[in-house]
Design a binder for this molecule. Structure first.
Ligand code: CP
Ligand code: NVA
Length: 303
């Protein structure tokens, strides 16, 4: 595993190793206090962020490394200078590039011209760091993540795709329950299904909430992703039946809730359940830091 661009780079063993390392980093922080000493990581963001920006910055600091943050003031990649030159320059100074971009092609271009590992910290199609933090969180609550039945509910988006890929690699059951017209990308679904055929995972898409009765975990995200300018009023009525609320937990028997955040209380999730006993949402946000540290250590090892 040289980079983390889509999640498809990981073997099952590599995914399990990342989760194990993430848990060890969380449990034994002093052991890793100098693990990135002398290393610099450029974290660049075309889009807004709270969790990703802060967890990479603080996470790198906790490993004794140095983070250089490039914000949205640099504008969309490729405008001031070619992505190719951006990647070639940064590679001469930094040991790793973490990038949040609008278009997945930008990540691919960056990776092509980078001589250091590239980590996708969200694009239009994938959010692999998120999905790995999510499965790390599940592995803290369930003995065997391959036995977990996870229902993603809402818009079929970058987070859905990464949950499909990580779930398929790890052998889990992941069902996306999406309103009609908001299903995940068909090609990414196919790739996840192909992986699932090997691992024993089950990857499905449905519009029907009845299909997730008896599942363990429900997972939510914003109904409108960054870069989608659709007015909320235009989709609200269609998405309200897909809200995570007590009624949904009662109807399905689901025990745990995940949400990548930002959450929109009263829309994609109600406050009572977000703050209630079923919620693992803030553990999940904390785990972003630990799994990302595991990813960086793994990709920079021996370099
Ligand atoms: N979940 C997540 O990536 O949050 P941010 O957009 O705040 O980084
Ligand atoms: N699907 C959301 C995830 C935010 C972390 C978005 O892309 O905006």
């Amino acid at each position: 595993m040289e980079n983390l661009l889509t999640g498809l780079e990981m073997t099952q063993q590599e995914a399990l190793d990342l989760i194990a390392l993430g848990k060890d980093l969380k449990a034994n922080p002093t052991k890793y206090a100098q693990a990135l000493a002398g290393k610099s990581v450029v974290t660049l963001f075309e889009k807004q962020s709270l969790r990703t920006r802060v967890t990479f910055d603080i996470g790198i600091h906790k490993l004794g490394g140095h983070a250089v943050y490039l914000d949205q003031a640099n504008g969309e990649m490729g405008q001031r200078e070619d992505v190719k030159d951006f990647a070639a320059n940064i590679s001469r100074w930094a040991d790793c590039i973490v990038a949040r971009v609008y278009d997945h092609k930008t990540i691919l271009e960056m990776n092509k011209y980078s001589s250091v590992p590239v980590i996708n910290s969200l694009c239009d199609l994938y959010h692999p760091c998120q999905a790995m933090a999510d499965f790390m969180t599940l592995s803290q609550n369930y003995d065997d993540v391959s036995q977990v039945k996870l229902a993603y509910i809402g818009d079929g988006n970058n987070v859905t795709h990464s949950l499909f890929i990580a779930g398929a690699i790890l052998g889990a059951t992941v069902t996306a329950v999406c309103p009609i017209g908001h299903s995940p990308d068909a090609q990414i679904l196919k790739k996840a299904e192909a992986l699932a055929a090997k691992s024993g995972a089950t990857i499905t898409v449905t519009n029907n909430i009845e299909d997730i009765k008896g599942y363990d975990v429900v997972y939510g995200d914003t109904w409108l992703s960054m870069g989608d300018d659709t007015p909320l009023e235009q989709i609200k009525e269609k998405f309200m039946p897909y809200q995570i609320n007590q009624e949904l937990l009662d109807a399905t028997g689901i025990q745990h809730i995940l949400h990548c955040q930002p959450a929109h209380r009263g829309l994609d999730i109600t406050s009572d359940v977000m703050d209630g006993p079923a919620s693992l949402i803030f553990d999940q946000a904390e785990n972003r830091m630990h799994i990302q540290n595991a990813i960086m250590l793994t990709l920079m090892k021996g370099k």
